[in-house]
Design a protein around this ligand. Structure first.
Ligand SMILES: [Zn+2]
Length: 490
C-alpha cells in the first residue's frame, strides 16, 4: 500500500498502518508546525481518544502548547468528556458536533491527513496546499455548526474566604451566603443571607442587587446559598461558587433547585464563572461535621449509580434487551472511576480524600451540564429519600444529610439489580466502599443517623403511589421489601 500510493503521488502522499502508524503520522505533523500555526481537526471520534489518549496528551499536546501552536478541534458528541480535558489547555479551542464518525481529518498548513480509527486503523497524509486549503474551508463550515459548551473550571485556591473575596474587590462583589457564615461575611463585604431554598428568596435578592451595581456574585456556603447565587446571576452579573462543604453534586452545575408551591423544582441558570475549592475553608468545621458532610458528598455522588440503573432500566423496557452491569458502567464512567478510587485509595477523610471528592463532585456536576438533564444524577433512590423525608422528618429529631439518606436507596436498587441479573459484583463493591466511607450498611448504622427500618418499609410502600415512577425500585417494590433485611440485617 505504502509503495503504490507513493508511486502515484511521488513524495506527496504517505500511508501509515496501524495505531503505531497513526502515532508516527502525528509526530510528523508535530515536527512540521511552527509557533502561531493552527492545527484543525474534524470530527474527532471517540475511538481516537480510546486508543491514543495517553499519547495525545503526553506526546502531542504537551509539545503543541510548548510550541505555541493553536488547535481548533471539533469533537464528536460521544467523546465530549475528552473535549472537556482539552478545553482547559492553552492555545486550544474546542467545539462539539452531533455526529458519529470513525475517521477524522486534520489540516496543518499544506498538510492534510485522514485517520481511520476503525477495526484496521490507518492514516493517509497528503502534502498539497490546494487540497489542504479546501479541507480548511470545509472545516470552517463545520466549525460554525459546532456547539460551544461552557464548563466552569474548578480552581484550587487554599486561601481564606476573606482573601478570596478581596481578590474580586474591583468587581464590587456581593456575597450570597447562609446563616452559618453571614455574621462573619457581612463584616468584610456586601452580603445577603439565605435561610432556605424557597423560590421567593430569588426575587428579593434580585431586587437588593439591582440597587447596588455589583459586578459579580460570590456564592459561599452549602447548596441553598450556591443555588441562590446561580439563580440570581446573569451574563452581565456572573457568579463565582465557593462551597464551604462538599455535601452534594451541586457545586458546579448550571441549575438550581428551589421549593415552589410546596414542590421541589429545578431551574436553568447561567453556568458559574468558576468554582473555587479551598481546603482550609472546607476544613473549618469540626471534624465530626466535616466527615458527615463529606460522607454526604460521596453518598450523593454514588446515587448516580442508582440513577444510571434507572436510565438503563427504562431503555431496556423499550428495547426488551437485558439489563447488564456493563450497560450501567458505560452510562457513568466517571462515577465508576470514583468508586474504584474509593475502594483502592480512600484513607479515612484525609486532605487528599477531600481534594479528590471535590474533583469528583465537580466532574459529576459538569456531566449534568453536558447532558443538560438531571436524569443521571437522581433516580429511584432520590424518590425513596424524598418519600421518607416527607413522612418522617421532624424538627429536633436527628436526621441524616441528603447524601446519607439517598445512599440507602442506591443499595436497594443495586440489590434488586443483583437479583434480576444474578450478578452481585456491583452491589458487593458498593457495600465495600460504603464500609470504607462509613456510610450505613446495616440497621444499626441507620438508626445512628436517625433512620428506622420502619421508615424505609413505609417509604418503599409509598413508592407504589408515586405516579410516573419509572424506576427499577418503583417497578419492584415487593421485591425491594423482600430484600430489605438481606441488605441491612447484618
Ligand atoms: Zn442528590
Amino acid at each position: 500500500m505504502l509503495k503504490s500510493l507513493s508511486n502515484i503521488k511521488g513524495n506527496q502522499t504517505e500511508y501509515f498502518s496501524g495505531v503505531n502508524g497513526i502515532k508516527k503520522l502525528y509526530k510528523l505533523v508535530a515536527k512540521n508546525w511552527h509557533a502561531k500555526d493552527t492545527l484543525y481537526i474534524a470530527a474527532a471520534p471517540v475511538d481516537s481518544f480510546k486508543r491514543l489518549e495517553k499519547f495525545f496528551l503526553e506526546m502531542i499536546h504537551k509539545k503543541r502548547v510548548q510550541d505555541k501552536v493553536i488547535l481548533k478541534i471539533l469533537i464528536n458528541k460521544d467523546a465530549e468528556s475528552y473535549g472537556i480535558v482539552r478545553k482547559n489547555m492553552p492555545y486550544t479551542q474546542v467545539r462539539f458536533l452531533d455526529v458519529k464518525t470513525t475517521a477524522e481529518y486534520g489540516v496543518l498548513n499544506d498538510l492534510l491527513f485522514l485517520v481511520n480509527y476503525g477495526d484496521f486503523p490507518y492514516a493517509i497524509l497528503i502534502r498539497d496546499k490546494k487540497v489542504a486549503d479546501t479541507y480548511k474551508e470545509f472545516f470552517n463550515i463545520l466549525w460554525n455548526h459546532g456547539r460551544k459548551i461552557s464548563i466552569p473550571p474548578l480552581i484550587e485556591d487554599n486561601e481564606s474566604i476573606d482573601k478570596i473575596i478581596a481578590k474580586y474587590k474591583k468587581y464590587n462583589p456581593i456575597v450570597i451566603t447562609d446563616p452559618y457564615n453571614f455574621e462573619k461575611i457581612k463584616k468584610i463585604s456586601q452580603a445577603i443571607c439565605v435561610f432556605d431554598n424557597k423560590f421567593e428568596n430569588v426575587d428579593k435578592i434580585k431586587k437588593i442587587i439591582a440597587k447596588k451595581k455589583n459586578g459579580i456574585i460570590i456564592g459561599f456556603g452549602g447548596c441553598a446559598a450556591l443555588d441562590a447565587a446561580r439563580m440570581c446571576s446573569s451574563k452581565e452579573l456572573p457568579c463565582i461558587i465557593v462551597p464551604s462543604i462538599l455535601s452534594t453534586v451541586c457545586i458546579s452545575i448550571d441549575k438550581a433547585v428551589f421549593s415552589l408551591d410546596g414542590k421541589t423544582k429545578s431551574f436553568q441558570t447561567e453556568v458559574p464563572k468558576e468554582i473555587i475549592f479551598s481546603l482550609p475553608i472546607v476544613k473549618k468545621t469540626d471534624h465530626e461535621s466535616l466527615i458527615k458532610w463529606a460522607q454526604s458528598g460521596f453518598g450523593d455522588l454514588f446515587a448516580k449509580i442508582g440513577a444510571a440503573i434507572d436510565v438503563v432500566f427504562r431503555e431496556t423496557q423499550k428495547t426488551k434487551d437485558m439489563i447488564t452491569v456493563e450497560k450501567i458502567r458505560r452510562k457513568i464512567p466517571e462515577t465508576m472511576e470514583a468508586l474504584d478510587w474509593a475502594l483502592n485509595y480512600f484513607k479515612n477523610y484525609s486532605n487528599r480524600d477531600l481534594e479528590h471528592l471535590a474533583a469528583f463532585l465537580h466532574e459529576a456536576s459538569v456531566s449534568i451540564i453536558l447532558q443538560d438533564s438531571f436524569e443521571l444524577s437522581g433516580g429511584g433512590e432520590h424518590e425513596l429519600a424524598y418519600n421518607i423525608e416527607r413522612r418522617f422528618k421532624k424538627e429536633n429529631n436527628p436526621w441524616p444529610t441528603h447524601g446519607q439518606i439517598v445512599s440507602i436507596g442506591t443499595l436497594i436498587e443495586l440489590k434488586i439489580l443483583a437479583e434480576i441479573t444474578s450478578d452481585s459484583r456491583l452491589f458487593d463493591k458498593v457495600c465495600k466502599v460504603y464500609k470504607k466511607l462509613k456510610l450505613p450498611t446495616n440497621y444499626k448504622m441507620l438508626k445512628k443517623i436517625g433512620i428506622e427500618r420502619e421508615y424505609i418499609l413505609q417509604g418503599i410502600k409509598n413508592i407504589k403511589n408515586i405516579k410516573n415512577s419509572n424506576t427499577l425500585l418503583g417497578h419492584n417494590p415487593a421485591l425491594a421489601l423482600k430484600l430489605l433485611d438481606k441488605i441491612f440485617e447484618k
